[in-house]
Design a protein around this ligand. Sequence first.
Ligand SMILES: Nc1ncnc2c1ncn2[C@@H]1O[C@H](COP(=O)(O)OP(=O)(O)OP(=O)(O)O)[C@@H](O)[C@H]1O
Ligand SMILES: [Mg+2]
Length: 286
Amino acid sequence: MENSLAIEGPLARTLPLPTVLDNIRQQIDPSPLIRIRDMSVCYRGALGDCDVEVLSGVNLDIGQGEFHVILGPSGCGKSTLLNVIVGLLNHTGGEVGVAGRPITRPGRDRGLIFQNADAAIFPWLTVLENVEFGLRMSGTKRQVRREQARKFIRLVGLEGHEKKFPRELSGGMKQRTQIARLLANDSDILVMDEPFGALDAHTRRVMQNELVRMWIETKKTIIFVTHDIIESLLLGQRIHIMSQAPQANIHKTYETGMEYPRSETLPRFTELLSTIQGHFDFGGGI
Ligand SMILES: Nc1ncnc2c1ncn2[C@@H]1O[C@H](COP(=O)(O)OP(=O)(O)OP(=O)(O)O)[C@@H](O)[C@H]1O
Ligand SMILES: [Mg+2]
């Protein structure tokens, strides 16, 4: 069989090739890029005590260059988890590390797309100035950063709107400004909190395709939150389903195992769709 490897000797069996490659990769570099162990997060009350333990016992390994999607019911703690990964929020228990070091603060290696674009883009800067902001901060020359910014503005379909201020943009346009800025910043780890939620169906599909293309080209590591099961199946190598808050954690992980670009008509796609849908039917079920 072309997609499998025969193991000889007393344990003789045939393993699927992706499993064999995964095993080899883990032996070469056993530590994942992002490693979360038994992690918990409390939001503290006025007296500084633990008001509500939103996350508890979260375990997650994310390897370099992998594309992970997180699905979960509203309010379960998806944004909380992402905020810990980018270093905007401190966890209260367990371990969270990137490249072997504990995460304690934001870093240029991790870029975040916020769920709410209004909280992310600067109202006093134009689209162009917002997109080139990170490059300006890192001292990139004006001409180079303008070129980079314009390239990503074109990619997200905002050409012609470069001089507009956020108050002159629709919700979807603001979100696209944020996406362009993230891509221009060129962080190795892209953390995306429902980035396409405010886009119309057509733009959303274009952006999904572009994201997969960019990921295959650049091999960045992506952690992507969505409510949309179809979107999760179009994008992720692994899909993690979170349980309900409080004390939410990763309830189940699915290996999607499909080539890109993916079609909704693939038998594996429809099979996973109905399995994952089952977690959310009947009021959550997780
Ligand atoms: N700053 C805060 N202080 C206290 N509680 C908070 C705070 N931020 C979030 N929470 C609570 O933590 C829980 C998880 O919130 P979070 O925003 O992480 O959920 P989510 O899964 O991203 O939801 P959604 O899908 O609606 O975006 C919610 O019950 C929310 O009320
Ligand atoms: Mg959220």
